[in-house]
Structures are given as structure tokens and as C-alpha cells.
Design a protein around this ligand. Structure first.
Ligand code: BMA
Length: 333
């Protein structure tokens, strides 16, 4: 595949109101609002988003916290007066940065997965969110280096299941070559039974790494699952605010077996969402980044896919569930 020609699939409609959330909507210091987790909970759409503030130049920001926003329609959002989570509030020893939230409701309980950086590696956390959104109870913190945890919305075979992305540098040639894995847990605290689900070499439009995107949604044919896929081109130079940025992130889609989600039933050979509009490819902090973190199946059959764009704003794309399924089971698409 010619890396320069990526386009979103024709089944995708990018929402005309994009970006649906950005720094100007946030009532506390904010520069970039992106990579949000989104779900339906207590009759509302709930979004927890990454908020980077105080741009210092290069790839540096003063800090990053997690904001919260609520919506009645999944399109128009009201942002909470204070961040949902800050470094101080999380009070996790060693944590230097908390980011990339994902939300899943299991048996009426809202769970948050997040990445966090420490002086001794990058880790992934899983927590239970308090019903009044006043905080969270941490359930498990992974060993480094691993992140992008996303929980399935129900137990499978009596166990919690999550997708995750370890950083397998040493065994994969000493450079980025990262794959998408699955783990299971009896209690959401102790995780094991790890299995490889999808490798970077299985994705025709990735040459660098892949990782879980939004928590999977259940359909009769399997778990519809989006992931991010990265291609690296050493010839890329300055595109966004950063001095140089050589990667491009697209979203892909696959279908996992309902009873055994380690098995890929099918995967689209083409990207599902690619960076293409000017605010996705030219403006923003890191141009050319589509990072999906939330997916909701509506009763109408519409699927809402939420993605961070250019590490700067939060956007929405929609598609029909049947069409998404067809992409996965008819591999020519
Ligand atoms: C990844 C993560 C994401 C980010 C992406 C592109 O490694 O840090 O949060 O969106 O890079 O910068």
C-alpha cells in the first residue's frame, strides 16, 4: 500500500460539527483536548478526556489531567467545572503523567482504564469510577511497559477481559514493533492468560505499531473492535506544532469471536478512519494522528466512533453497524 494515499473508508461519515470538543470548551487551563473515552452511563453520554495544558514548545506541556464532560446526544457536551482527575488527586506514587482514558460499563459499574508514565516505565491502570464522578478506586496497575488497556463491556466465560499493548522492543528488533494483546481476570485485579490477538505485520497500512482503540462493542456476529495503526516515514518532517513528527496514526477495524475474543474472525484490509481534513493533517500539535477511544452502538444501528485528532481536539465519526461488520467479514474491503 502507498502510505501517502490513506483515506477513511466510504462507510465513515465524519461529523459536520467536528471537533465536538476542544480547549475552548474547557473552563480551566487547557490547550489540547483529545484521546477521550466515551460511554453511556446513568442515562447520559459520559466522556473522560485527556487535557494537556501550558504548551512549552517542542513536545513539552506543563501538565496533563483528565477532564469530564456529559451529553444528552453524544454530540453536544457540557464540561465539568473541575478536572475529573489530576496527578495530586490520583496520589499514585511514581506517577508523572496520567493520560489516554477509556471507559467501559460492566454490570452497571463504570470502569476507567488509563496510561501513566513513571520514572521506571509506562504502565496501564484500571479503576472503578465513583457513581457521582468524585473520584476513582484503583483496581490494578500493570507492570511496565504496557498501556492502551480497554475492557470488554461484559465478562466472557466468567472473566473480565481486556485488550492491551505491551512494548515488545527487545524481542522485536530493538525498535517500535508493537502488537495487540488480550488478558483475562477473575476480579479485574489480577490479570493473566495473556494472548496475542493481532500483530503489526497483519495490518497492511501499519509498519510501526498497533494498539487497542475503543472498548469493543457486542454484535450478533462478534465483538466489533477498532484499533490504532501507525506507519512511520523517515522523510516526514514538520507538520504540526512539533519540530518533527514522522508517524501517522489511522484507525482500523476487526471482528473478534464472541466466545473466544483471542480469535480474529475478520479484519478490514483498509483503514477505517484516516487523517485527511486540514485540521487532521496540517494543524494541531501532532498532525496526522487519529486515535479512537470510544465506540457506542445506538439502537438505530448507528455506531458512534470518538477519536482524538492531531493530539489536539476530539472528533466524532459515524457508520452503520451492518456496514462495519461487512468490512470485517469480506476481507477485500
Ligand atoms: C501515543 C500516545 C497517544 C498519542 C500518540 C500520538 O504514543 O502517547 O496518547 O495520541 O502517541 O502522539
Amino acid at each position: 500500500m502507498e502510505f501517502e494515499q490513506l483515506r477513511s473508508h466510504s462507510v465513515i461519515t465524519k461529523h459536520p460539527l467536528n471537533p465536538i470538543l476542544s480547549a475552548k470548551d474547557v473552563p480551566y487551563p487547557s490547550r489540547c483536548v483529545f484521546n477521550a473515552g466515551v460511554t453511556k452511563y446513568q442515562g447520559k453520554y459520559v466522556m473522560i478526556f485527556r487535557n494537556d495544558y501550558g504548551y512549552l514548545g517542542g513536545c513539552l506541556f506543563e501538565g496533563c489531567n483528565l477532564g469530564i464532560a456529559l451529553s444528552d446526544d453524544g454530540i453536544h457536551w457540557e464540561v465539568g467545572a473541575e478536572p475529573f482527575m489530576t496527578l495530586e488527586k490520583a496520589a499514585m506514587p511514581e506517577c508523572k503523567r496520567l493520560y489516554d482514558p477509556r471507559l467501559t460499563v460492566i454490570d452497571g459499574v463504570l470502569y476507567l482504564c488509563f496510561a501513566f508514565d513513571t520514572a521506571h516505565g509506562i504502565r496501564g491502570g484500571t479503576a472503578r469510577v465513583r457513581e457521582d464522578f468524585s473520584g476513582m478506586e484503583i483496581l490494578s496497575l500493570s507492570a511496565p511497559d504496557n498501556r492502551n488497556m480497554t475492557l470488554f463491556p461484559e465478562k466472557i466465560g466468567g472473566k473480565f477481559v481486556r485488550l492491551e499493548r505491551p512494548f515488545t522492543v527487545y524481542s522485536r528488533g530493538g525498535k517500535d514493533r508493537f502488537d495487540l494483546w488480550l488478558a483475562r481476570s477473575p476480579d479485574c485485579v489480577y490479570w493473566g492468560e495473556h494472548a496475542l490477538v493481532l500483530a503489526v505485520e497483519h495490518v497492511p497500512y501499519a509498519n510501526d505499531k498497533i494498539g487497542p482503540g475503543a472498548p469493543p462493542i457486542k454484535t450478533k456476529k462478534g465483538w466489533l473492535t477498532v484499533f490504532h495503526a501507525v506507519d512511520l516515514d523517515p522523510n516526514r518532517g514538520k507538520r504540526g506544532w512539533e519540530d518533527t513528527w514522522k508517524k501517522r496514526y489511522s484507525a482500523g477495524i476487526m471482528l473478534l469471536d464472541l466466545d473466544d475474543p483471542r480469535k480474529v474472525v475478520g479484519m478490514s484490509k483498509l483503514p477505517l478512519i484516516a487523517p485527511e481534513s486540514p485540521d487532521e493533517t496540517e494543524d494541531g500539535f501532532r498532525a496526522g494522528v487519529i486515535f479512537p477511544g470510544g465506540m457506542i452502538l445506538e439502537e438505530s444501528g448507528e455506531v458512534k466512533i470518538y477519536y482524538g485528532s492531531a493530539d489536539t481536539v476530539e472528533c466524532l465519526a459515524t457508520a452503520d453497524a451492518e456496514e462495519l461488520l461487512r468490512l470485517c467479514v469480506e476481507p477485500k474491503h
